[in-house]
Design a protein around this ligand. Structure first.
Ligand code: ZN
Length: 346
């Protein structure tokens, strides 16, 4: 069992990292599939990711659902999705949606499953899809190209996130007990994911719950979603398990890569911190050193430009003064005044 590193955890409700230990040690015993060498989640070491220009932007289709289409929301914050939602770009094949769900921690600690440079986030959303060439999710999950999951990190931000305001949190109080479910009106599911679907990490892994099938082509977005402190508090405190205890720390710890490579759709070394509107932010975590270096380069660049401008200005002044100096003396003597009357032939 690996431990979550004591790393700064942006978005943690208290800002204090904790060491939650979900009761999942037995999974490997009860489910042999969870003992494999391609398990998820993983830590993504940005410096070791491989830039792959072949990774095209993820394209979604049918993600905006009308309110009259009802979706089943279960106590584990699993929202069933119709198959009309699909990934139509970014993967070699088309994948259709099955459900989305969330992983979270507690008021005391973060709850993302994946980590970036050993840095964890308050929560994580997963949208599960299966390959459209198979007849069902069940059939797809035994094939290597069977499943595709889109993952994004949730952090605490300065304001409410409108996409997370009504659609899920306001229904949580109706499904507080294990096994309870409620129908929620359809909404724009894409709003739960980052706006930027171009920047992401990609690797081959598994489901993070039993059966732990290793048939998942993972996409973990670089851009995170920002929720208000209150929104995140509702998420981590509303639900109860069958012992009436808070349903918290619903994540599995990161697994060994076992030599797997993590691809990136962008050059991580060029990544700069960029705050975006609408509660979405690029990950700069982990690579604080890279953003720091980028800032240094910019400072030096501006310094050099400033020095060149000063030099150019001094040169201009020098040349201008020299010309004036050369012109001054002769002109004083070359000026020939022509009396108006001279040309006045009238
Ligand atoms: Zn999940």
């Amino acid at each position: 069992m690996q431990e979550i590193q004591q790393a700064p955890c942006p978005g943690g409700l208290t800002g204090t990292p904790s060491l939650p230990v979900p009761d999942r040690e037995h999974w490997g015993v009860d489910y042999q599939g969870c003992m494999g060498t391609m398990q998820s989640p993983i830590n993504i070491n940005m410096a070791k990711t491989i830039f792959s220009p072949q990774l095209q932007p993820i394209q979604l289709s049918g993600y905006s659902l009308p309110a009259n289409e009802k979706l089943k929301l279960r106590n584990t914050v699993v929202l069933e999705l119709p198959e009309s939602l699909a990934i139509t770009g970014g993967y070699a094949q088309q994948y259709q949606a099955v459900q989305l769900h969330l992983h979270w921690g507690s008021l005391l600690g973060p709850g993302s499953e994946h980590t970036i440079n050993r840095c964890c986030f308050a929560a994580e959303i997963h949208v599960v899809h299966y390959n459209a060439k198979y007849d069902s999710f069940k059939e797809a999950m035994v094939h290597l190209d069977g499943l595709a999951i889109l993952g994004a990190f949730l952090e605490v931000g300065p304001r409410e996130n409108p996409y997370y305001h009504q659609e899920i949190p306001e229904h949580l109080y109706k499904i507080q007990r294990e096994g309870e479910e409620v129908l929620v009106p359809g909404f724009n599911i894409a709003g739960l994911l980052p706006a930027n679907l171009k920047l992401y990490f990609h690797y081959n892994g598994s489901l993070t719950t039993p059966s732990c099938y290793q048939m998942v082509k993972w996409t973990v977005f670089n851009q995170t979603m920002l929720l208000s402190h209150d929104q995140m508090s509702v998420l981590v405190t509303s639900l109860r398990n069958d012992d009436s205890k808070p349903l918290q720390n619903s994540f599995w710890l990161v697994q060994d890569l076992h030599g797997r490579q993590v691809l990136a759709s962008f050059q991580t070394t060029l990544l700069l911190v960029k705050q975006l509107p609408s509660g979405k932010e690029h990950i700069a975590t982990g690579h604080s050193s890279s953003s720091f270096q980028a800032g240094d380069v910019l400072a030096v660049l501006f310094g050099v430009l400033f020095a060149i401008m000063i030099l150019a200005f001094l040169l201009y002044r020098y040349k201008h003064c020299s010309q004036n100096a050369q012109l001054d003396l002769p002109t004083k003597f070359k000026v020939i005044y022509v009396a108006a009357t001279t040309d006045n032939t009238m």
